[in-house]
Design a protein around this ligand. Structure first.
Ligand SMILES: NC(=O)c1ccc[n+]([C@@H]2O[C@H](COP(=O)([O-])OP(=O)(O)OC[C@H]3O[C@@H](n4cnc5c(N)ncnc54)[C@H](OP(=O)(O)O)[C@@H]3O)[C@@H](O)[C@H]2O)c1
Length: 339
């Protein structure tokens, strides 16, 4: 890999794409060139990057000539069609969609957890689902300390997880609701402002789990290389703008030592412990928004445990950053030659 690669962002005008631009800049990612790609709708629009005006181009089959790294963030169908084209043109694809995550030949990587998997890539590396990343950033360090046998997780997922138009829908509905106008859901099936509903991904009528929940189960197994962990998620969409929250119950292999877990989380990369029982101050989506770190608190031995092996915690992470753009750029950093 070139030490100063030519990077392309596919979906540069979207919720994740805009964050990708910010993260590349903030982390001083070495670049020889940055190409911005989107649909014909936003082709021609101009974006500022490091003092330069970059024009967004329409994504085409010949868009990847000379590109070293292609960061895809335009949905599964675009990734399925153009990911292999980009990779055949010589680019390494880092894909934010779910298109290749469970493909056995595609590594699924969280750089703080399984960076070595990235080396096995055959042209495409997948970025995990945002709720999975936020869960595992906290659960994986605990798993290394005291192996996890079971995870029960409930999510509280922000509107922006469904993209820029969903964020706009929350804003419009909040205004309409407060000003007494009729609220008209368009992106989500139900009103998102001042509401909470089961995640809007496809529900499997046989199992009663939706797609987001299956992603959390299967992707966690793949990233931790451990299919034996029993996982049951309940994914809920709530009316926040950004940063997903998760309430997590773990059953561990040995008796839990809360002080040891606390110490592990204090030093875990990309994790910040906010656990102030005296002030009732714990992680919140508003405080996690715009942060790289996943916040964790409410850490305690579970009152449901009769053998001391169960713990509970609450975590929040900005799913546009660590759940998408930041994780993708960290994967791209793994591809750079060591200096
Ligand atoms: N939002 C999140 O928190 C999050 C987290 C993890 C992963 N992801 C994944 O990241 C991807 C993007 O999500 P998002 O939330 O950023 O969505 P978004 O805000 O709706 O943005 C979609 C982007 O894709 C582009 N696009 C759409 N159709 C296209 C086409 N035919 N050709 C080229 N570009 C096209 C759009 O360009 P135009 O401006 O031209 O329409 C826009 O730049 C999805 O796969 C999503 O599952 C999202």
């Amino acid at each position: 890999m070139n030490a100063n690669p030519h990077v392309a962002i596919v979906g540069a005008t979207g919720a994740v794409g805009k964050e990708l631009l910010g993260v590349l800049d903030q982390r001083r990612f070495p670049l020889s060139r940055l190409t911005l790609l989107a649909s014909a709708r936003s082709a021609g629009s101009v974006v500022d990057f490091r003092g330069e005006k970059l024009t967004v181009q329409e994504l085409r089959e010949d868009s990847f000539v000379g590109v070293d790294i292609a960061l895809f963030s335009a949905g599964g169908n675009i990734s399925r069609k153009f990911g292999p084209i980009a990779s055949a043109a010589g680019a390494v694809v880092v894909d934010n969609s779910s298109a290749f995550r469970m493909d056995p030949d595609t590594p699924l990587v969280i750089p703080e957890i399984n960076p070595e998997d990235a080396k096995q890539h055959r042209g495409i590396i997948a970025n995990p689902n945002c709720s999975t990343i936020i869960l595992l950033m906290v659960a994986a360090p605990i798993h290394r300390l005291n192996p996890i046998k079971k995870i029960v997780v409930s999510t509280y997922q922000a509107a922006s997880g469904a993209g820029a138009v969903a964020m706009k829908e929350l804003e419009t509905q909040a205004r309409d609701h407060l000003e007494g106008r009729e609220v008209k859901p368009e992106v989500f099936p139900y009103p998102i402002a001042f509401n909470a509903f089961s995640h809007n991904s496809t529900m499997d009528p046989d199992t009663g789990y939706n797609q987001e929940e299956w992603k959390m189960i299967q992707e966690s197994h793949k990233i931790l290389h451990d299919d034996s962990i029993r996982i049951t998620p309940t994914c809920i969409r709530i009316g926040t703008f950004r940063a997903h929250a998760e309430s997590v119950h773990l059953e561990l292999s040995r008796e839990a030592n809360i002080e040891e877990i606390r110490q592990t989380l204090r030093t875990a990369p990309g994790v910040k412990l906010i656990d102030d029982r005296n002030r009732n101050y714990f992680p919140m989506p508003l405080e996690a928004s715009g942060l790289d770190d996943v916040l964790v608190g409410r850490l305690r031995r579970s009152s449901s445990s009769d053998d001391g092996k169960e713990v509970d915690f609450f975590c929040c992470g900005d799913q546009l950053l660590k759940g998408a753009a930041l994780n993708a750029v960290q994967i791209a950093e793994l591809l750079l030659p060591k200096s």
